[in-house]
Design a protein around this ligand. Structure first.
Ligand SMILES: Cc1ncc(COP(=O)(O)O)c(C=O)c1O
Length: 359
């Protein structure tokens, strides 16, 4: 039996995608082998990777002057790869700190470059994004990095930071493909696959051409954007299954109406859940209304002793992985693209039942 899986990642995948993968498992593309068993340099897989890239370009709207790279080492790897590729001697790199993932990216960048944190929401306990006019980017900065969606805190930007000519770098791990974005506003976007794109092990980087070719000499070759771009992300063996599955997920998004439709569905899911939480005296969400994530919805119960009961009874009812991040406790419902509105309704019905029993 399939459950409604609210995991923050690796997360729920669309059922039609899993069914296609199942059907392909023993005999992919008439090869008599699974996609995991063929050479990444063979004609069939090269075409599969090219198709995944073409679908990514079409669905996300990637302009021609950007490269799409399929890398490994996760988004965490990019916390290091980005300064190695983009930081330049004598110029700071700048950050907005809006939560635990920004903070980790900052700590990693500090190992490679002088970092300025120009907006810091630690004092608000990461319950909101900074006001768009509350920070100014140094025009000399090599780039500004921010995290459009903080997976743990459930904080999401409703605007794109103003950076002038400074390249804007964004960790889209937990919100990529959840709604339309204008890629041309960014110098570089990156995301681990395991929330909205497919299985863990693949990290997608979309980078503007003019930012290639500036990597420090000591940059590992597999993270050197120019080298990977030149080799179609196949300097070494790429995560073949992840690339194949990404292609299927992108096809599912296209068949579902693309990112406009995805965004409308995600907005409806999030609004439904937040309205219920706000109207209930029993549940609460600490995030400022204009900064609430459409993807990750943390919530608390009035009586913290009930958290464990809530999570275990939810699991028994087929609503899994609702425990909050281990560092913050509480509950968290991650409602990525693959979560249908029916899953949100089932969660709300369950929450009402807990409130009736324990409220
Ligand atoms: C916003 C964000 N950035 C970075 C990461 C780290 O990604 P990875 O585990 O793919 O290295 C995560 C993981 O959940 C995340 O949510």
């Amino acid at each position: 039996m399939r459950v409604y899986n609210f995991s923050a990642g690796p997360a729920m995948l669309p059922q039609p995608v899993l069914e296609q993968a199942r059907d392909d498992m023993l005999d992919w593309d008439g090869s008599g082998m699974s996609v995991m068993e063929v050479s990444h340099r063979g004609k069939a897989f090269v075409a599969c990777a090219a198709q995944a890239e073409a679908r990514m370009r079409a669905v996300l709207g990637v302009p021609d002057n950007y490269r799409v790279l399929f890398l490994q080492g996760g988004a965490f790897g990019q916390f290091a790869a980005i300064p190695l590729n983009l930081a330049q001697a004598g110029r700071p790199v700048e950050f907005l700190n809006t939560g635990q993932w920004s903070a980790k990216a900052i700590a990693e960048a500090r190992r490679y470059a002088p970092v300025n944190v120009i907006a810091d929401e630690a004092a608000s306990k990461y319950t909101r994004v900074p006001a768009s006019d509350s920070f100014a980017v140094d025009p000399q900065a090599a780039y500004l990095h921010y995290t459009p969606n903080e997976t743990i805190g459930g904080v999401e930007f409703g605007y794109v930071p103003e950076v002038g000519q400074v390249p804007l770098v964004a960790d889209f791990s937990s919100t990529i493909l959840s709604r339309p974005i204008d890629v041309s506003q960014y110098g570089l976007i990156y995301a681990g696959a395991q929330k909205n794109m497919g299985p863990a092990g693949l990290c997608v980087v979309v980078v503007r051409d003019d930012l290639l070719g500036q990597a420090r000499p000591e940059t590992p070759s597999v993270w050197d954007y120019a080298k990977m771009a030149k080799n179609d992300s196949m300097l070494n063996t790429p995560p073949t299954f992840g690339i194949y599955l990404l292609g299927l997920v992108l096809q599912w998004i296209a068949d579902s109406g693309g990112l406009e439709a995805m965004g409308e569905r995600n907005r409806a899911k999030a609004e439904t859940l937040y309205s219920f939480i706000d109207e209930s005296p029993f549940y609460s969400n600490p995030v400022a209304p204009d900064s609430r994530s459409w993807m990750n919805v943390p919530f608390l119960v009035a009586d913290a002793d009930l958290e464990r009961t809530f999570v275990s009874e939810a699991t028994a009812a087929g609503l899994t992985n609702l425990a909050g991040h281990r560092s913050v406790g509480g509950m968290r419902a991650s409602i990525y693209n693959a979560m249908p509105i029916e899953g949100v309704h089932a969660l709300i019905n369950f929450m009402k039942q807990v409130e009736r029993t324990h409220g």
